[in-house]
Design a protein around this ligand. Structure first.
Ligand SMILES: Nc1ncnc2c1ncn2[C@@H]1O[C@H](COP(=O)(O)OP(=O)(O)O)[C@@H](O)[C@H]1O
Ligand SMILES: NC(=O)OP(=O)(O)O
Length: 322
């Protein structure tokens, strides 16, 4: 028995959306290649147990790196065009999806499993009216010292914030996902028993302009996009893999307490008490609530990539349920 997650559906096939943090993918192509090999193992464990899996991933460090590189190249007169931000997001989706789909395919082959893997270039509809466009909150790119961050604010006009005690980062608008353009294709591939990678980097944010879709300069939180995808494809579980085994209250303080389980009332109370850092744990918790409250029986597990199997088997992680 691989998947316990609340145990009532022990031997049934579950439809699971797994969301993987962009910070778990490293900072260079070499690091990412190595890390996706580790990522592939717990994902393929789920597949081997017979579950239908859709993998979503973040892109914060990667879209920041791509955007900065394109800006520097254009400013240096390297005969390189100005690259619009949504195209940078699309590049990050392709770059990460390429590594993930190969790592998953190799792990499946290594275990003698036959299953096609496909990364879908995914667009996610947002509203032009979303208040997020007025207040950037999504951390992207590298971590900087406070001094360097203040200089970048002046030199580049970036908005910079301190990110969960880890350093300063650029922040960009992060509108909420309203719909997923390629949802029918994703559904069809899942039904056809493919291992699908979708809503990479939260999806490429687009707004509707009549029949057209226009890319916008923003980064959708992949946890919200994953929750939306999980709702739309009628998944049973949303599993959010990040750098910590469990969610804590009083995180980083002397009275820190790691949580095994959260119901919706407790979760709302802890949000009001400010236990979850905006831009890092808070969106995961909000996405977890969104999915867990969208239909009876739906649950979200938050745990670390390293301990994903333990989390899946009910030995660690924080389970959020209605
Ligand atoms: N209450 C909390 N409980 C656990 N971790 C927290 C909490 N508040 C902030 N964090 C931080 O949030 C991080 C997860 O957010 P982040 O690194 O942005 O996610 P991602 O893995 O999606 O890139 C954790 O590694 C931890 O450092
Ligand atoms: N798009 C997104 O949520 O990326 P991270 O997981 O890297 O923050």
């Amino acid at each position: 028995m691989l998947l316990s997650l609340g145990v009532e559906r022990r031997n049934s096939v579950l439809k699971i959306v797994v969301a993987l943090g962009g910070n778990a993918l490293g900072n260079t192509p070499q690091e990412q290649l190595e890390l996706v090999r580790q990522t592939a193992k717990p994902i393929v464990d789920l597949v081997a147990a017979g579950h239908q899996v859709v993998l979503a991933h973040g892109n914060g460090p990667q879209v920041g790196m791509i955007n900065l590189a394109m800006q520097y190249a254009a400013e240096a007169g390297a005969n390189t065009p100005e690259m619009p931000f949504p195209e940078c997001g699309a590049m990050s989706q392709g770059y990460i999806g390429y590594h993930l789909q190969n790592a998953l395919r190799e792990e499946l082959v290594r275990r003698g499993l036959r299953k096609p893997v496909a990364a879908i270039s995914t667009q996610v509809i947002v509203s032009e009216e979303d208040q997020a466009f007025q207040t950037p909150t999504k951390p992207i790119g590298s971590f900087y010292s406070e001094d360097r961050a203040k200089r970048l604010e002046l030199d580049k006009g970036w908005s910079m914030v301190e990110d969960a005690g880890r350093g300063w980062r650029r922040v960009v608008p992060s509108p909420k996902p309203l719909d997923i353009v390629e949802k029918e294709s994703i559904m069809k591939l899942v039904e056809a028993n493919h291992l699908v990678i979708a809503v990479g980097g939260g999806g490429i944010p687009v707004v509707k302009d009549g029949e057209k879709l226009l890319g916008v300069a923003a980064v959708i939180d992949k946890d919200f996009a994953s929750a939306k995808l999980a709702e739309l494809i009628d998944a049973d579980y949303l599993i959010i893999l990040t750098a910590v085994d469990k969610v804590a209250i009083n995180f980083g303080k002397s009275d820190e307490k790691w949580l095994d389980e959260l119901d919706l009332n407790m979760t709302h109370q802890y949000i009001c008490e400010g236990h979850f850092a905006p831009g890092s744990m808070l969106p995961k918790i909000q996405a977890a609530i969104q999915f867990a409250s969208s239909k009876p029986g739906r649950k979200t597990l938050i745990t670390s990539l390293e301990r994903a199997i333990d989390g899946i088997e009910g030995r660690t992680g924080t389970l959020i349920k209605a």
